[in-house]
Design a protein. Structure first.
Length: 458
């Protein structure tokens, strides 16, 4: 095929670097306001699986390496690489629900909010990401620690089958029976996966009849006592209560705002009464007289949960994030991170620490839980002149806890940091298996692998 014929085959879906549309498309490929200065040669926006096949074959024939994007929520901008082809899958967003089998077939550009709203019409649910704007593509490939994942396990554990276009441009079905090793990798490999997923078949569960939440808001200075109390209470809570700590400014965006620690339990139950019973152990806090505010058994809904997350991680801001699994307890980890937060140059920065964010998954897949505790510091700011200070803050915060680390979570790990987080985001045997599957399925390295610090121009 000549270059001209190939371009015409993909119609107006292909945009080269000299096209006036290019820069807007490149910038919008990343949700983070901190857009990396990395420039693909060509951006292709397929509308169908057949287009994806054609794009992969075109890239191969022109010697272009391929990067992929579904919703652009990679904090470190993994879809943007220098040179090669970016295939933007955001146009693939069909979502079909089969209530009889309690399954859904979902294309990668579908957001969690779109999926949840569609499932709501059928009385069904799925552990979508906490922010409704996160697309299922990169989320499911990375594991997916979403709403009620403590009970359900990581979202990828509920993937039954995928359709994927391989490096040789073939569309294949992968499940426990067909291409089981590619299916194994698709549940956890995240931004190093070596095929283009064009759809996922998901196992669903009944929509909770009631969702309620209890929140205690205390001064950050009390973080050690608060975490001692709440981690003790955690063992009394059923798995359907998602418990998390959040260290943040009381009034994000206001410089002199005092810092606080929030403890929130969100119950996913069949009825209001059951939800209240689930949250009972959180009703009495020994530090209650120091609490700045509290909300007990507050009825909520998935849509409200997405709104809450969107206010903590607002769009059009600049972000840097990193993750750490650890076997140290939350009191130790969060005391160190509270000290770090006190020194944050931006009052929007925060630290999230979900307790048991993935439960104890039993499936054999590339994702695994790598520690008993999990923390995620986020630098959040809006002034480009403060980029270096905020990225530096994140690195300092990580340095305070990294000696206690047992690994990272690939979905939100800062792959631009040295040493590379990719290898330490997997159990050692799983990492070895991923390398050998990559060599088997993509021997010519058509698909970009994990972003590494040496290609991470900010
Ligand atoms: C505001 C916000 C909230 C978040 N909340 C959560 C959360 O609650 N839980 C959680 O687990 N994570 C969360 N994340 C992290 C998120 O899951 C990852 O960034 C994930 O990669 C986002 O999916 P995406 O499709 O938008 O990724 P993109 O940025 O589009 O893609 C990231 C990488 O994934 C790979 N990829 C994407 N789509 C495909 C595909 N179809 N086929 C093959 N490879 C593909 C590519 O390598 C790509 O470079 C959050 C991120 C943000 C920005």
């Amino acid at each position: 095929m000549s270059r001209h014929t190939q371009t015409r085959g993909l119609g107006g879906m292909l945009v080269r670097r000299d096209n006036p549309e290019y820069e807007d498309l490149r910038r919008s490929a990343v949700w983070n306001g901190l857009t990396p200065a990395r420039f693909p040669d060509v951006i292709v926006r397929p509308a169908t699986t057949a287009d994806v096949v054609e794009a992969v074959r075109l890239a191969r024939s022109q010697g272009l390496r391929i990067a992929l994007r579904s919703g652009g929520h990679s904090w470190c901008g993994s879809p943007l690489r220098d040179g090669g082809m970016l295939i933007d899958l955001s146009g693939l967003r069909a979502c079909t629900v089969d209530p009889a089998s309690a399954t859904a077939t979902v294309q990668p550009g579908t957001t969690g909010r779109e999926l949840s709203s569609e499932l709501g019409r059928h009385g069904l649910a799925f552990p979508t990401g906490h922010c409704g704007s996160v697309a299922v593509g990169g989320y499911l490939l990375s594991g997916g620690l979403g709403w009620n994942s403590g009970a359900r396990g990581p979202a990828c554990a509920d993937v039954e089958e995928i359709e994927a276009v391989t490096a040789d441009g073939e569309s294949v079905t992968c499940s426990d029976r067909e291409h089981p090793d590619l299916f194994w990798a698709a549940r956890g490999a995240g931004p190093g996966f070596f095929a283009v997923v064009t759809s996922f078949r998901l196992r669903l569960y009944p929509r909770p009849g009631a969702i309620t939440s209890t929140t205690w808001n205390l001064p950050l200075a009390d973080v050690a006592e608060v975490t001692h109390w709440a981690t003790g209470v955690a063992s009394e809570l059923p798995p359907d209560v998602e418990l998390s700590f959040c260290l943040a400014s009381a009034d994000p965006g206001t410089d002199a705002s005092p810092k606080v620690v929030n403890v929130t339990g969100t119950a996913f139950a069949s009825s209001r009464q059951e939800a209240d019973e689930f949250l009972e152990p959180l009703r009495y806090c020994p530090l209650a007289e120091r609490a700045l505010s509290r909300q007990l058994d507050e009825p909520t809904a998935f849509e409200t949960l997405y709104e809450g997350a969107a206010s903590a991680w607002p769009p059009e801001h600049r972000y840097a994030a990193d993750t750490l699994w650890s076997d140290s307890g939350f009191p130790t980890l969060l005391e160190r991170l509270a000290d770090a937060l006190d020194a944050a140059p931006s009052s929007r920065s925060l630290v999230l620490a979900p307790v048991s964010p993935a439960g104890r998954p039993t499936q054999d897949m590339a994702f695994s839980v790598l520690g008993n505790s999990y923390v995620v510091p986020y630098a959040v700011w809006d002034d480009p002149r403060q980029d270096a200070a905020n990225i530096g803050w994140l690195r300092d915060a990580m340095r305070a806890v990294e000696p206690l680390g047992t690994g990272h979570y690939i979905a939100e790990a800062d792959l631009t940091a040295a040493p590379s987080r990719a290898r330490r985001s997997f159990a050692p045997d799983d990492w070895t298996r991923l390398q050998s599957l990559k060599a088997q399925y993509d021997p010519d390295g058509v698909f970009r692998s994990y972003l590494s610090p040496d290609e991470a121009t900010p």
